[in-house]
Write a protein that binds this ligand. Structure first.
Ligand SMILES: Cc1cc2nc3c(=O)[nH]c(=O)nc-3n(C[C@H](O)[C@H](O)[C@H](O)COP(=O)(O)O)c2cc1C
Length: 200
């Protein structure tokens, strides 16, 4: 059975973005394992998701929120989610925030219970590829990691691997080193991936 991958890009630079390239690298590594893949690719710089609005809520209520429904269906269908998330102004790109706003839907991707919210998405491996001009890991300026862990966990996605490429805009060979390190981590994580047939 093919593995379904949902690959979300959010760099404003499209294919030239380092995060896009790391996402491609990850998918190429999975393919190199001989795994049959069914990849859905969304580049939010090419096809932006609009801001979530009161109108979107009305459309959801009327069963006419076509885009949000499609984004949710793509997410539910995925076995592996690849999120390419550059750091822009200490946060994720606004395009990626808009994507999250559209896929978080009560009763579909999470539900409220008397013990608080419970995520309804299950059994998905998530890779977050985050690229940064500076170095933020472990510092208060890294608002991305906590946000993404919380947001993904809220939807039930707790099997999350973060791969960081930091110092991309710093002097010397910082950029090349960061990219090589991220590529090596990708390779190592992909080697450890277990696909459905192996797990059966
Ligand atoms: C609008 C904008 C804001 C940025 N803000 C930050 C930032 O807050 N911290 C940081 O370390 N780098 C920042 N950068 C640098 C990017 O994180 C870096 O260039 C990274 O490679 C972007 O990933 P991408 O190539 O996939 O777009 C910013 C870049 C842009 C274009």
């Amino acid at each position: 059975m093919a593995t379904t991958v949902l690959h979300i890009d959010s760099s404003i630079f499209g294919g030239a973005g380092v995060s896009n390239q790391l996402g491609q690298h990850l998918i190429a590594n999975i393919e190199a394992r001989g795994e049959e893949l069914n990849v859905t690719h969304r580049d939010l710089s090419v096809e932006p998701v609009p801001h979530f609005s009161a109108e979107t809520i009305t459309q959801i209520g009327e069963g006419k929120a076509e885009l949000a429904d499609t984004l949710i269906a793509e997410l539910i269908a995925a076995d592996v989610l690849v999120l390419a998330a550059p750091m822009y102004n200490f946060a994720i790109p606004s395009s990626l925030k808009a994507w999250f706003d559209h896929v978080a839907r009560a009763g579909t991707t999470f539900k409220y219970t008397e013990n608080g919210p419970v995520g309804l998405l299950k059994d998905k491996k998530v890779f977050v590829l985050t690229t940064r001009g500076g170095v933020h890991l472990g510092a208060a300026s890294d608002t991305q990691s906590a946000y993404l862990k919380t947001m993904l966990g809220f939807l039930g996605l707790n099997d999350v691997v973060f791969i960081y490429a930091e110092g991309l805009n710093m002097s010397g060979d910082s950029r090349e080193q960061a990219i090589s390190k991220a590529q090596a981590e990708i390779h190592s994580h992909v080697q450890q991936l277990r696909f459905s047939e192996e797990a059966a």
